[in-house]
Design a protein around this ligand. Sequence first.
Ligand code: CA
Length: 424
Amino acid sequence: MIEANNPKLTSWIAVDNDSDFPIQNIPFGIGKPQHKSPRPLSRIGDFAIDLSVLSDYGFFDDLKIENYGVFYAPVLNDLMELGKPLWKSIRNRISEIFKEENAQLRDDKVIRKEAIIPMNEVEMMMPVEVGDYTDFYSSVEHATNVGAMFRDPDNALLPNWKHIPIGYHGRSSSIVVSGTDIHRPKGQYKLDTEEKPQFGPCRLFDFELEMAFITGSKTKLGESIDIKNAEDHIFGLVLFNDLTARDIQKWEYVPLGPFLGKNFGSVVSPWIVTLEALEPFRTDGPKQEPEVLPYLQFNGARNFDVSLEVYLQPENSDKSIVCQSNLKYLYWNMSQQLAHHTVNGCNINPGDMYASGTISGPTPDSYGSMLELSWKGTKTITLKDGSERKFVNDNDTIIMKGYAIKDGVRIGFGDCVTKVLPTL
Ligand code: CA
């Protein structure tokens, strides 16, 4: 077992029972404390930990890190490039510093004051510079639902779906951190009942409940990542809201796939939860039938049991839960996605982001998009304030949550929040 994951660990920083960030989490993010520049942080409870201060005072000195600049950079890309053994050492070291019985920092008021910052005094920022972004389509339930609605209920899955993890290359410039509001996009669309395309504000604004993994390593062009050690390249995960204009998407996606229906904004949670922190939550994925080709075959449990929730909150009103799903439902796991992505020699870089695709579960309340929840607009969803939705309205806030619980330890991702503003 990784000692930093020990459920018995407690910290000298007080942590609420329902916090996403007990000492067993130790996520990584970038935040801007008041009057200071953006810097790498971790978090315990409601406090951010300034890694640059810990580095200043020599807490990482014996870890033999070649470039201590990684603790002062405005993005985590360089820290990730140190490689998995050092990510683990840094996380373990942070865990040691903050455990209950370690007096070194606990009893040093001067350094404590500098290194520990209340979260309400920190503005969270994009944790990485995203060089490349890929969006997969890995939930069999989502692919089946969409195929049934848009094509043919009897042949909902295309013949390739159970043989290759389907994906497309998306846009990285419009991936933004939680708390960033997004304007309803304008675009071109045509309903089946209409003769000519029109231009105007999107009429069918949607979210997609996804998680994204972020690679921490660099490979050479021509090199492939073997599925056996694919996880060695994965730094961690974030929640990912792949905002979608369904009407624009429907009109544009044949023959080359998603474009303006997707690239107006995608929102990520600010804390990267490491794959190490998720280790206790490994679980088997759905049985893959037919058998996949050898380069996609794997051993052991490669899915993770992470509960996922989506809430809609109308302006000046309470939030209502509209979806409860789980990361474990994914048919194609992250190892398969990365092995497939690089099997042709495509190179990867630290900070590259790979979204899972909408994570829908088997039951109607677990569908990860309004498209599926309202079944293409044929059903309505009633919110707590009595208002009804088929898609997302202007001034609605979309909130995504993700957390895993085992042995009394809750490892969470923090909220992924965005408000939909009217068209500019
Ligand atoms: Ca998507």
